[in-house]
Ligand binder design. Structure first.
Ligand code: CNA
Length: 254
């Protein structure tokens, strides 16, 4: 085992209240593309089409949004958790996980067995659809059936309002309760581990910053550099599955 992984495993072994912050890079090895890597979603789509105000204003944008979202959902629905997701389940079983704050909308932390009580989905989930007018919530599969039957941008069956996947678009309000609990955990944790995030999307990226401000050491595992690398006690550039699995297993053996 290399020196950096050993360092991380001893930090995990000494910690009791770990806050984990995850991004799209955690799920690329489950076959789900991220946004910013080569071959990621922004190579295929124009991010400026996916602002919330445009979704509200234009029927054409809504149709484009639904096409992109349905394509991503079809991949996420079939995806399975990878070794890094499973390592986080082990951390919870060992009683070391204070919370798991994710920007991901793919439900893979739930599929890996982490308890819904400790998983905060800051950007929502693509497995549900909400009415922007009356707030009604629908299972995604039900809405996908309607799309397959020809409804390109479906509307609420109860009130006729606009339906949108229950995810947070650029310019759309964050779920307030989840964000405040994430910041509480950031103040309480004794270690913060960032996994597979470019750390450029705010306000989500303020969660590890807050953890550091309250004195928790920071571990960052990401393929590329991030703007927070110089704040971390340990930075490892590489694959989350190759690094986190051995790191957690070694920590739990000690
Ligand atoms: P991002 O900005 O796309 O960054 C992903 C980061 O992960 C990059 O810096 C990559 O270098 C890194 N990375 C990719 N693969 C690996 C790997 N195997 N091991 C280690 N590092 C890797 O994604 P963020 O999560 O930082 O940005 C937040 C957005 C992305 C949120 O709004 C998410 O909803 C959104 N998103 C989520 C998913 C998903 O749910 N799986 C997929 C695509 C986008």
């Amino acid at each position: 085992m290399n020196q950096a992984i050993r360092h991380g495993s001893s930090m995990i072994a000494e910690s009791r209240r770990i806050l984990v912050f995850t991004g799209a890079g955690l799920s690329t090895e489950s076959g789900i593309p991220d946004f910013r890597s080569p071959g990621g979603l922004w190579d295929k789509y124009d991010p400026s089409d996916f602002y919330f105000d445009k979704f509200l204003a234009s029927g054409e944008i809504r149709e484009r949004y639904w096409r992109m979202s349905s394509e991503a959902y079809a991949v996420m629905r079939k995806a399975s958790p990878n070794k890094a997701h499973l390592a986080l389940h082990l951390l919870e079983k060992a009683g070391k996980l204070l919370g798991l704050v994710t920007q991901n909308i793919d439900r893979l932390h739930h599929k890996a067995g982490n308890s819904p009580d400790i998983v905060l989905e800051l950007h929502g989930t693509t497995f549900f659809v909400s009415c922007l007018f009356c707030g009604a919530s629908f299972e995604r599969d039900e809405i996908e059936e309607r799309r397959s039957a020809g409804e390109t941008a479906p509307r609420c069956k109860k009130c006729g309002g606009l339906l949108k996947p229950a995810t947070v678009s650029f310019g759309q309000a964050m779920p307030q309760k989840a964000m405040s609990l994430a910041l509480e955990w950031a103040a309480e944790c004794d270690l913060c581990i960032v996994l597979g995030s470019s750390l450029v999307v705010y306000p989500a990226a303020s969660v590890p910053i807050e953890a550091g401000r309250h004195g928790a050491p920071l571990i960052i595992i990401n393929r590329d550099e991030t703007p927070m690398d110089d704040r971390a006690e340990l930075v490892i550039h590489g694959s989350v599955t190759e690094i986190l699995g051995p790191m957690v297993e070694a920590a739990l053996r000690t």
